[in-house]
Design a binder for this molecule. Sequence first.
Ligand code: PLP
Length: 393
Amino acid sequence: MTTRVYLDNAATTPVDKQVLACMMDTMEKNYGNPSSTHSAGQEAKTVIENVRRQIAKVLNAQPSEIIFTSCGTESNNMIIHSCVDHLEVKRIITSPLEHKCVAEAIRDTKMRKGVEVVYLRPDKMGVLSLTDLEDLLKSSDKKTLISLMHANNEVGNLLDLKKVSQLAQQYNALFHSDTVQTIGHLPLDLTDIPLDFASCSAHKFHGPKGSGFAFIRKTSRLKPYILGGPQERELRAGTENVAGIAGLGKAFELAYDNLETYSKHISEIKNYAIQQLKDSIPGVTFNGLSGDLNSSLYTVLSVLLPFKNPLIGLQLDMKGIAISQGSACSAGASKPSIVLMMLLDDHELENSTPLRVSFSHLTTKEEIDYFVQAVKEISSSSSLIENADAIHR
Ligand code: PLP
């Protein structure tokens, strides 16, 4: 059998078998339209409302504040656009490290609605200054939305949600956090952390693709972004994805019931990967805060290899290893992502190779050994090629 080592869990995770069984069962039995008043419809509606209550309980929120959507991208777009369209937001404070779905939605509000967009500049480790944030909040009377992600999907840097929420409250701003990489992996108490909006995607914690939710604080009075029927507390029209919601609920339950065990195992795996890489690849470093287990998400490790090899993703794939290169590839040419361009200097960009390795509770030390050995082999052939290049130049 061919080896398959999956180390791209920040992109998506394999669906848990229990999630799959729950979805199959729901599809088979709860096929009614949740808006229908007959029993078949009401049974499907009950599935949805049970998941809503279950999620709200874990996050310490009201059930009516959980709005099911098709994914993290939709949740983030819905929140950002609705804040501008219906809550009279005239200024957005964000950072250049946000996921594309947040960055593009914000750019769109600037282009189409003339919203003022202000970017907090990260330092070389990708850390944002909360003093700068406070100065910006003080500097204008415009209705402001802060949009800053909880954990960066490329380097794993974590934001102090509580401090930012408190600043938002102090200066009467709204606070949206893209929590797609952290819901299902970190505890979140939405009573203790008074943020206004958050987003979740089931496929990041062994749930199905095409299912997520937006947390929308009741007091925010957001209006719908997708128009039509009165589904989802009149905030998101469209016949609900009942099986997807059931799968999200099952994945959410498994993630939070096993949070301690899973996070302990994954943190150990991450630590092991850091040690093995340091021992085997002299000069390896880690981007942003990802090498520091206390200030970064335990599922993500952003590696900087001390040699240039744009083909490494392909070479690892040929050995059965799935990783992300932390780069956007177009027409065969790979160029570093915006996040890495912010964090790395020209010399590093020219002479090194980034890799994003991301783990789940299914990742084993043997898989890390196989991955590190493969990188080591590629690294020696890359140095040979670099040396040969130098001779022929
Ligand atoms: N936000 C972050 C931080 C992500 O990592 C992702 C997915 O990669 C998204 C948003 C988009 O989520 P989805 O794939 O559910 O649209």
